[in-house]
Design a protein around this ligand. Sequence first.
Ligand SMILES: [Zn+2]
Length: 255
Amino acid sequence: MEPLVFVPFFILGTIFGSFLNVVIYRLPRGESLVKPRSHCPECKNKIPFYRNIPLISFAVQGGRCNQCGQKIAWRYPLVEIISGLIWGFCFTNLVLPEALIAVSMWGLLLVVAWLDQSHQKIPVILLLLTMFTALTSVILGASYWRLAVMGAIIGGVIPGLAAGIMFLISKTAGLGAGDLLLGLSLGIWLGPYNILLALILACGLTLVIWGVNFLRRKSTGDQAIAFAPYLIIATAIVYITSYYRNDLIEGLFFN
Ligand SMILES: [Zn+2]
């Protein structure tokens, strides 16, 4: 890892992360993303730019609003750190157009995962932007179109068929249209191998969480759980490990 590249892009990523926090808060409330300026949700006081520095303001103010003392949600520093790591990782590992597509996609996915987990709903505009970003990746040549078509079939069509069969058997929709559209976009972006690995891993994660909830009697077992966050976490694991997978396999079998 190149610290001289990583650190500046980590900082830029935290600034992008604080914008993502605005999106996560305002989009489900139907508020404008640009106006009014950042304010405390409790006391409504505007936050001046020098007290709106990602991570640092949170740490200096001890995680509280400077005006009213209300606790600031831990989501704020967490999303900023994740976004910083995404930017640092992408700009040290990818060439420029690919890196720009990757940070846009991961920014969208972070918001989608968060909103689906907390509101059980993915705003349509985010799904459309995800599709748009995936197609841009193909148009700019960052993804090969042949692989994109195969990825779309595995990421969208196969889960669609599975959802159709589940619906015919149980008369409940196991996967929403949002999940299917997300799978389709991720398939186009990642290609067939990575989306297949991500889908298998996501199903495994979902089963584990469903099982744990069932055993703790938090769920009767027939409750729907949001699939998108697991698909996105699985995609992140596949995406990051794909950079080290060849070295890992070589190290295991050829040394
Ligand atoms: Zn306040």
